[in-house]
Design a protein around this ligand. Structure first.
Ligand SMILES: Cc1cc2nc3c(=O)[nH]c(=O)nc-3n(C[C@H](O)[C@H](O)[C@H](O)COP(=O)(O)OP(=O)(O)OC[C@H]3O[C@@H](n4cnc5c(N)ncnc54)[C@H](O)[C@@H]3O)c2cc1C
Length: 366
């Protein structure tokens, strides 16, 4: 069987590696250079959580993903997954903490509750009101996305996959016996197709949003920022402020990385001007920092933008296209898909090879 994978970012690189390891003939096509920063998968760090506020159906997938991250880490030259723990902060009644606990309880994910006094003592960098509570999740962590994608690309190639960069797919069609893909350079035939085009997906509806990432100077006496867990604070209105510990020796900017998890302004994924950083971008994060982490609301060292490919309800869209049983789409990862990369690779490989998967993805259908 020959499977063509379109897009070699987070999802496509893992699908290609998983298929190749299973002995399948793989051709992977990427419009830019491998490991580029123009999509949704770059810039130093991604949070991994299993006490998953978004939907408890993700938790079994995350348990499998964590096991696979550990295996990938074991063989990696440069560390990919850092076991930092995770901290989720909100007021007593709002979703982030309550929904994280509900998912954790449903699937035996370990966690520790922190009341406001405990939170202030253990993590004094956060300035929190009296009605705050928090969850600490010891098995949460941080992933270096560039290293993860490089590892999957290397694995795929080691197992014989033909991964081509600077090849843009212009169209595809399904025939009675296979699939045909037209690129800007040639026509490629295969048996099955896996579409992992991220923000460029056109096969299912998504809204592409422009997201800003910021890095801040860390002159704080309140906390050793290298000992922070990955953290999220619910700000109200479904907006989360989130950040990472300072981790030396990983690629990317210095400083404490902080961003807002909320789908922002709609853009065209090819609009390079819209993706440029604007002078006032830092203000959207600074106002929240002043309220919640005032010690780090000083100097913004640098910023980047990135894109979310959002489904209408924030849940992934993964499955076979209804009219095309040889064609699988992985899309709508909606700003929270990276942590699933290894298991998304298995699901994509299952769907391409068998047309179904043992993982319960019924809540993620097209
Ligand atoms: C700022 C930001 C912060 C995030 N934080 C987290 C986090 O903390 N935790 C977490 O789990 N997730 C996080 N995410 C989400 C996660 O990074 C994304 O869900 C994931 O990277 C999306 O992967 P993808 O493979 O769908 O897209 P991409 O990695 O962008 O890959 C799509 C690829 O397809 C290629 N392509 C598209 N069209 C074509 C074509 N016609 N021909 C050839 N190639 C094509 C593109 O060039 C691209 O390389 C974050 C995302 C952003 C933007």
């Amino acid at each position: 069987m020959k499977v063509i994978v379109i897009g070699l970012g987070c999802a496509g690189s893992a699908v290609a590696a998983t298929l190749a390891k299973r002995g399948i003939d793989v051709v992977g096509l990427e419009q830019f250079e491998l490991g580029h920063e123009k999509g949704s998968s770059a810039h130093q760090s991604r949070a991994f959580r299993m006490a998953y506020a978004e939907h408890e159906g993700y938790v079994p997938l995350l348990k499998r993903a964590r096991k696979l991250w550990m295996e990938l880490n074991k063989d990696a030259q440069d560390q990919i997954f850092f076991e930092t723990g995770g901290l989720y902060i909100s007021n007593k009644t709002s979703g982030l903490v309550q929904d994280s606990i509900a998912s954790a309880d449903a699937h035996d994910v370990p966690y520790e509750m922190l009341d406001v006094e405990a939170l202030r003592v253990r993590y004094p960098i956060f300035q929190v009101p009296d009605d705050t509570i928090a969850v600490y999740e010891p098995l949460a962590g941080m992933i270096v996305p560039e290293r993860a994608i490089a590892a999957y690309i290397a694995t795929a190639r080691d197992h014989g996959a033909d991964l081509l960069e600077h090849v843009k797919v212009l169209s595809w069609k399904e025939t009675s016996s296979g699939v045909v893909v037209e690129t800007d350079q040639s026509t490629i035939e295969g048996d099955k197709l896996v579409i992992c085009k991220g923000a460029w997906t056109t096969e299912v509806p998504i809204r592409v949003s422009r997201q800003v990432l910021t890095w801040w100077a860390t002159e704080t006496n309140l906390h050793d920022t290298s000992e922070l867990p990955v953290w999220s604070i619910e700000m109200g209105g479904d907006i989360w402020l989130y950040g990472f510990p300072m981790t030396p020796n990983i690629p990317g900017p210095a400083g404490l990385k902080v961003a807002k998890h909320f789908p922002e302004e709609t853009i065209d994924p090819d609009d390079e001007v819209a993706k440029e950083v604007r002078a006032d971008d830092e203000e959207t994060v600074r106002s929240y920092l002043e309220e919640w982490l005032p010690e780090v609301a000083g100097s913004c060292i640098t910023m980047h933008t990135c894109m979310y490919g959002n489904s209408d309800d924030g849940h992934f869209r993964i499955g076979l296209l209804p009219e095309h049983k040889r064609v699988c789409v992985i899309s709508g990862l909606s700003g929270h898909g990276f942590k699933f990369q290894p298991v998304v690779g298995e699901i994509g490989a299952d769907l391409a090879m068998k047309g179904r998967t043992e993982f319960d993805i019924s809540f993620l259908g097209l």
